[in-house]
Design a protein around this ligand. Structure first.
Ligand code: NAD
Length: 325
């Protein structure tokens, strides 16, 4: 017998940043489940297009607002109580770290506090989208949730890393002292359709370059590693955590670790491109290695990623091919 998910038909769910890459896929599944979904987004890095296909659904509402300014309570969709609040809003790419530093700090601090207060008032489950960046340039490999990290608190990436660490601390404080039903997911590098081609992250950059026949620009020697996760696998993991009663933090991603050079070569080959792979200056504090230890996600949630890098990259390349014409 199939057990109904904890959050499904009739439940009201608020998703901040829901017009972004990862959150819009999450919203798709929540709407399909029958949840009433309110997305709050200021489109700083997301796009209305990512949720345009949901516009006619009576259970979907898109509210344009900056969540760092608090929740616009005059909006009818925000006046009613929520059963779950997913704080997914934050610019998240390396180019955003340089162009939106204060916005990133605010959405990972002030906005988190606004949403935590609302979740306590509503008696809602609160899910905080944290990141593998909370581990910084890790000295432990692979990274377990028990590792405290190696973050440069004043470096170029610190606005993102430290805001997420603050949000984790705030979420734990509300769980311990205000009775909040909370969950923290530490998301590792995720890719898939709806990424911005120009967002500065390796996969959309390499795919756009390969499809245009331009040289792929690998940072540094290309020996640094990442473990890449197709967005559908990540969304399943986030929903397993949401539906559970676990607080975490729980890592979510895959163990498909590869060097940036291997990734670039794989993308060239899967896109049937004749582009060369070239090497450019590496940005400061770029982590050397990145791979989640998924033991906790497996044991607590039964999480298992299913889409391998070749299949996931093929789907993403196809999406970019159509988008870039
Ligand atoms: P994204 O930029 O596509 O999505 C973020 C969304 O948040 C965008 O729609 C943006 O407009 C919105 N937003 C930002 N600031 C806001 C504000 N102040 N008010 C309202 N809306 C705001 O990025 P993504 O990659 O989909 O990331 C989504 C979440 O997952 C982020 O919290 C990010 O930190 C986290 N995450 C993503 C990855 C990844 O690999 N994609 C890895 C780790 C963590």
């Amino acid at each position: 017998m199939k057990v109904a998910p904890r959050f499904g038909s009739g439940h009201r769910v608020l998703v901040t940043g829901g017009a972004g890459f990862v959150p819009s896929h999450l919203v798709d599944v929540l709407v399909e489940r029958g949840c009433t979904v309110v997305v709050l987004d200021n489109f700083v890095t997301g796009s209305k297009e990512n949720v345009a296909h949901l516009a006619d659904r009576p259970t979907f509402t898109l509210v344009e607002a900056d969540v760092s300014d608090g929740l616009p309570s005059h909006h009818p969709a925000l006046a009613e109580r929520f059963d779950a609040i997913l704080h997914m809003a934050s610019p998240a790419s390396p180019t955003d770290f340089a162009s939106l530093p204060v916005e990133i700090l605010r959405v990972g601090s002030v906005a988190t506090l606004h949403l935590l207060d609302r979740a306590v008032a509503d008696g809602a489950r609160f899910l905080m989208a944290s990141t593998s960046e909370a581990y910084g340039d890790p000295l432990e490999h692979p990274q377990r949730e028990t590792y405290w990290g190696n973050v440069n608190p004043i470096g170029i990436r610190s606005v993102y890393d430290e805001a997420k660490r603050f949000s984790e601390a705030a979420t734990m404080a509300y769980a311990r002292h205000r009775g909040l039903d909370a969950a923290i997911v530490r998301i590792f590098n995720t890719y898939g359709p709806r990424m911005r081609p120009d967002d500065g992250r390796a996969i959309p950059t390499f795919i756009s370059q390969a499809l245009r026949g331009e040289p792929l620009t690998v940072h540094g020697t290309g020996n640094q590693t990442r473990s890449i996760c197709y967005v559908d696998d990540l969304v399943r993991g986030i929903l397993l955590l949401l539906d559970s009663t676990e607080t975490g933090p729980v890592n979510c991603g895959t163990e498909h670790e590869m060097t940036m050079r291997q990734l670039a070569e794989l993308i060239v080959s899967l896109s049937d491109s004749s582009s060369e792979v070239t090497y450019v200056t590496r940005s400061a504090d770029d982590p050397e290695k990145r791979r989640p230890d998924l033991t906790r996600a497996r044991e607590l949630l039964g999480y298992e990623p299913t889409v391998g890098p070749e299949e996931g990259l093929r789907r993403t390349i196809e999406h970019f091919r159509q988008r870039l014409g």
